[in-house]
Design a protein around this ligand. Structure first.
Ligand code: ZN
Length: 188
């Protein structure tokens, strides 16, 4: 297994729709193993394949619920169903999200409280997961990556100038930038 560099906002792979997985082979297994290792090293609670430069519809997740239950896995070719999203102002403390492809920052964003993810695993067995709260948020965040959307693209208008300022300040928004978990300290 290999930790792979994580693409930063501006790399086209993060801003375009990823394609369905059609070949389930040893390469796919290796890719998913690398995704788990990269996610854990970052560390992050989720990682989508485009974040390591692979334009495929795959994400991994790892999340411990309040009751201690560990939710960890991979979803290939996911389909996401979500509940309603409140139009209210998101809470800065409880609803601030971060992203390994926009590392070191957090912004509040409303998400649906509930989500259902279906798809397949590495052996093409069907997956059906019902999630609530942060677990549901992770699925929504990772799924968006597969459609070329970063959470910062979805923020309310009042946060957009700050996002643009950050991009300018740190020089993001151009192709070819990445960071290496375990080597670059980005304190995401
Ligand atoms: Zn992300």
């Amino acid at each position: 297994m290999t930790i792979r560099p994580i693409c930063i906002s501006g790399n086209p792979v993060l801003h375009n729709r990823a394609s369905e997985v059609t070949v389930f082979d040893e390469n796919l297994r290796e890719l998913v193993a690398d995704m788990f290792e990269t996610m854990d090293a970052a560390p992050g609670v989720g990682l989508a394949a485009p974040q390591i430069g692979v334009a495929k519809r795959i994400f991994t997740y790892t999340w411990t619920e309040d009751d201690g239950a560990l939710k960890r896995g991979v979803v290939i070719n996911p389909v996401l169903e979500i509940g309603p999203i409140s139009a209210e102002m998101p809470d800065e403390d409880d609803e601030s999200e971060g992203c390994l492809s926009f590392p070191g920052y957090r912004f509040p964003l409303k998400r649906a409280e509930r989500a259902i993810v279906t798809g397949v695993d590495l052996d093409q067995n069907p997956i059906h997961i019902e999630a609530q709260g942060w677990f549901a948020r992770i699925f929504q965040h990772e799924y968006d990556h597969l459609d070329g959307t970063l959470y910062v693209d979805k923020l309310r208008d009042e946060f957009k100038p700050e996002v643009e300022e950050i991009k300018q300040e740190v020089g993001w928004g151009i192709d070819g930038l990445s960071w290496m978990p375990g080597k670059d300290d980005l304190d995401a």
